[in-house]
Write a protein that binds this ligand. Sequence first.
Ligand code: S3P
Length: 449
Amino acid sequence: MKTLKISRTNKLHGEVYIPGDKSISHRAVMLGAIADGETVIDNFLDSEDCLATLDCFRKLGIESRKSKVENRKLVKIQGKGLHGLSKPDGALNVGNSGTTIRLISGILAGQSFETTITGDASIQKRPMKRIAEPLSRMGAGISGREGRDVREKEGGGGSEIYPPLTISGGKLRPIEYKLPMASAQVKSCVLLAGLYAEGETCVIEPAPSRDHTERMLSYLGVKFAKLGNTVSVCGPASFEGRTIDVPGDISSAAFLMVAGLLVPNSDLLLRNVGTNPTRTGILEVLHRMGAQVEVLDEEIISGEPRASIEIRKLKIENRKLEGMEIGGELIPKVIDEIPIIAVLATQATGQTIIKDAKELRVKESDRIKTISTELKKMGAKIKEKEDGMVISGPTKLKGTKVQSYGDHRVAMSLAVAGLIAEGETIIEDTDCIETSFPGFEDLLKKLLD
Ligand code: S3P
């Protein structure tokens, strides 16, 4: 098990090309596999989660080839069309990736064979009723391990379905589906299944969630409509493969943004960061807390905006970092950034209230619990709430031994906390960083030089 040791530092300096976006890399593999002909994914995120998606499709009979051009990873996928996948030998394994299992289920629901999908210990605790319900309404057979809803006391509804999942696909019918929560994974699962159903499949979201699937479908020429919070596709929808250029992942960039703001004398330029408005909640939070972050040279490639982001140390003497309330429609736009926002909030004056975020309890770890517990070990003042947390600041953090709980975003958030904590911070179990940000540790070292 890997351990990461971090000491307080007084400068981070450099220019960084942020690794490819995880959500977009997954979708590019999936849509590339069911497109007709070749798809080239430029700046693919070569992380464990995305490699798990590639591997699942290899087992479904899709050939892919990886190469490297300068610092970018390229993947060429030989798409076989909507009905070209073949029954895998044995179960598909998604590793730690919730996005893989939820999205691929939509595609497998449209196949004429049965598939079993499993994953690691964390995946076996992720709720799947949210996709089982719409997919069975569309006519797919989907079953899993039945269990109690871990959020039952918050009105989670009693029973749940957990992986391994078995999906027997077939002829699907279109549905109109009102999502019970703002979830891009569930929305995308239903839209992908909708590619196979004859007629219009409609998804209504309670609040906007990331729209990468919709953007990629439009980019690939699939007929697709959006009106307010309703999106729909018309199936059956076949389409041709294309080059998909993946921007850097703003969720990875967020760790460096916060590090650059909190470490004195820092000066960072983050290149090629995805700035899709459904993902830029972190920029809104930084701005409202009083931090200075500049977004430069925005351009749209392959249907997704990207820009450079410049971060300079907080001018504490002129501008204080202020606590704020984060809730409502802002939550889906910062859902993966809450652990690192919690670190930032320990340095803000007053209270930062995070609410309406009970989804955090069913991510790679129960992030409300794991990040609060570990930051408290470092001296932070945090109160756990059912649907969020209240962080009071500013507090001086001190280095100590902390745990990642096998959660990549918790591990990297604690590493950033370690950069401003007194003494040494030892983060245990950091292999998980590979799921979304390979090279994170080496990159930090480079920025310290
Ligand atoms: C993702 C959507 C989010 C996010 C996850 C990736 C995606 O989950 O937390 O890391 O790629 O669609 P939900 O849609 O379940 O909120």
